[in-house]
Design a protein around this ligand. Structure first.
Ligand SMILES: Nc1ncnc2c1ncn2[C@@H]1O[C@H](COP(=O)(O)OP(=O)(O)OP(=O)(O)O)[C@@H](O)[C@H]1O
Ligand SMILES: [Mg+2]
Length: 321
């Protein structure tokens, strides 16, 4: 049984405008997204800014009411849980943010930040001091940092605090929303390695959100490529890199710089801007920027269909189905 199932998830936000602030439309942040995640797996989610990655992550965490669809954790539908079970679930599902600084209270020392978690989830009977020392060690921070404030730390250290806070409740699933995007490249790989190590020792399952395909490859087992709130392609990380089918995935991949400066790679430049999610294009959502679009693509939306020789590889494109 998958640890996390997302089924036909839709999340629309109302758009209000005019003097009377009437609702004039909907932002279709996530439309009809389905996937499963196995225990211990890392599912990468990539796509350009505004394609709905954070909204999807927040829906998984139960921070938004779903417009439609269903999310299940360990086979239990989240919306059907009673409040006690929901509290249990909120321990089990945690999030790591892009900028931990924004989510850390500047007036709280790290000790207070970490203790708070235990207080919220009644950590009665725990040896708090020992728990916190253990946590620090797990994320590679020194004990003397406990009484410092967030602004006294570097970006990488702050992210370690964010990770400590996320793992403090011993969760099974962590949604990582661009956890290394704000960090220097050298620090990025340290944090990614820390996440990998914790995954191994704690058996964690990650949903790893990033706009950067090279970061996602490093950490993911499978990758979901999103465009304007929809899934364009899903496949194993290596398949996405070596045999991707969707023209959008190919364009994203072609934008990654090659490690060898002498190597030549043809960059696929996408024309036009990302259309608005309030008024997405008819047919295939990618058709206005796709170098191969034909009439069919403007008229009919392609379904996300599995490949005959690889059932785990799904593509939503008329010409690759
Ligand atoms: N609370 C909200 N109310 C209204 N619209 C929202 C809200 N949150 C997100 N949106 C809209 O939904 C769309 C998807 O946003 P989201 O933040 O999920 O994208 P993203 O893929 O995480 O982008 P980024 O890479 O910039 O973080 C955007 O058009 C955004 O403006
Ligand atoms: Mg985001």
């Amino acid at each position: 049984m998958p640890i996390l199932t997302v089924k036909n998830l839709k999340k629309y936000f109302p758009v209000y405008s005019g003097v009377f602030q009437r609702r004039t439309g909907w932002v279709q942040a996530v439309s009809d997204v389905s996937f499963e995640v196995e225990k211990g797996e890392t599912l990468g989610i990539v796509g350009e800014s505004g394609c709905g990655k954070t909204t999807l992550g927040r829906c998984i965490l139960g921070l938004y009411a779903l417009t439609r669809g269903e999310i299940s954790v360990n086979g239990r539908t989240v919306s059907e849980l009673n409040s006690a079970r929901r509290k249990e679930l909120s321990k089990n599902l945690q999030m790591i943010f892009q900028d931990p600084f924004e989510s850390l209270n500047p007036r709280q020392t790290i000790r207070q930040v970490l203790e708070e978690k235990y207080r919220i989830h009644d950590g009665h009977g725990l040896d708090l001091e020992k728990e916190i020392q253990d946590l620090l060690e797990k994320v590679g921070l020194l004990p003397e940092t406990l009484d410092k404030y967030p602004h006294e730390f570097s970006g990488g250290q702050r992210q370690r605090i964010g990770i400590a806070r996320a793992i403090s409740m011993d969760p099974e699933i962590i949604v990582c929303d661009e956890p290394v995007s704000a960090l220097d490249v050298s620090v990025q790989s340290k944090i990614l390695n820390l996440l990998l190590r914790l995954q191994e020792t704690m058996g964690l399952t990650y949903v790893f959100i990033s706009h950067d395909l090279s970061v996602v490859r490093h950490i993911s087992d499978r990758i979901v490529v999103m465009y304007l709130g929809k899934i364009m392609e899903i496949a194993g990380a290596d398949v996405i890199y070596d045999h991707c089918c969707h023209p959008y995935t190919r364009a994203l991949l072609s934008a990654i710089p090659l490690p060898d400066p002498g190597a030549v790679k043809k960059r696929i430049l996408l024309k036009g801007e990302v259309p608005s999610v309030e008024n997405p294009p008819q047919g295939c959502r990618f058709n206005t920027r796709c170098p191969h679009a034909e009439n069919l693509c403007r008229e009919q939306e392609p379904e996300l269909i599995a490949h005959r020789d690889d059932p785990a590889h799904l593509t939503a494109c008329h010409f690759y189905n």
